[in-house]
Design a binder for this molecule. Structure first.
Ligand SMILES: Nc1nc2c(ncn2[C@@H]2O[C@H](COP(=O)(O)OP(=O)(O)OP(=O)(O)O)[C@@H](O)[C@H]2O)c(=O)[nH]1
Ligand SMILES: [Mg+2]
Length: 179
């Protein structure tokens, strides 16, 4: 798997940036991935394994892996990490109970040697749902202001309407251009 990813990276060249989309179950990871590609909502089943898509923009290209939770696939996790430049962490803004687990997973990833230089985009998804937590509350809960050794950005979004997704992608483009 590692060799395959390295080969793909060499084919696509330096403009290609490797991205992993992570988060707990049912947070909207796969919906977001396909909303980057199409104007239609693709109805999803829970992901088994991974989905991968190439998002081609005028000046850059993101090679995005939507992967299941770390513990389920821990044996190949290092393979993904070793080439990753961006982590997209998706949270369900309604899911207060799971935010603690999300926080644990986030800091475990950030402590990983292979992700030392990765930038983090947090999508606070499902902002359309009544009483969803807003970005300030989620930022506070995830203690994002304590992250000093990675670039990070939090963006509220609704994958169903695409609201917030272009802004998140723009942040990634600006990071890619700066690196
Ligand atoms: N209301 C609302 N529902 C959403 C939004 N984004 C995704 N969903 C719904 O949430 C459910 C889960 O979406 P998925 O994209 O399959 O979530 P996932 O994180 O890929 O789930 P797993 O593959 O099981 O880990 C689906 O029913 C989506 O239609 C959103 O912004 N608002
Ligand atoms: Mg999925």
């Amino acid at each position: 798997m590692g060799q395959l990813i390295a080969k793909l990276m060499s084919i696509f060249g330096n403009q290609e940036h490797m991205v992993i989309i992570v988060g707990l179950d049912n947070e909207g990871k796969t919906t977001i991935l396909y909303r980057f590609l199409t104007n239609e909502v693709v109805h999803m089943c829970p992901t088994i394994g991974s989905n991968v898509e190439e998002i081609i923009l005028p000046k850059t290209c993101f090679f995005m892996w939507d992967i299941v939770r770390p513990e389920a696939l821990s044996f190949i996790w290092n393979t993904y990490y070793s080439n990753t430049e961006f982590i997209i962490l998706v949270t369900d803004s309604m899911d207060r109970d799971w935010l603690l687990t999300t926080r644990e997973e986030l800091y475990k990833m950030l402590a990983h040697e292979a992700l030392r230089d990765a930038s983090v985009l947090i999508f606070a998804n499902k902002q359309d749902v009544k009483d969803s937590m807003k970005m300030v509350e989620i930022s506070h809960f995830l203690t994002l202001s304590t992250i000093k050794d990675h670039s990070w950005h939090i963006q509220g979004c609704c994958a169903l309407t695409r609201e917030g997704l272009p802004a998140g992608l723009q942040w990634m483009e600006s990071q890619a251009a700066a690196n």
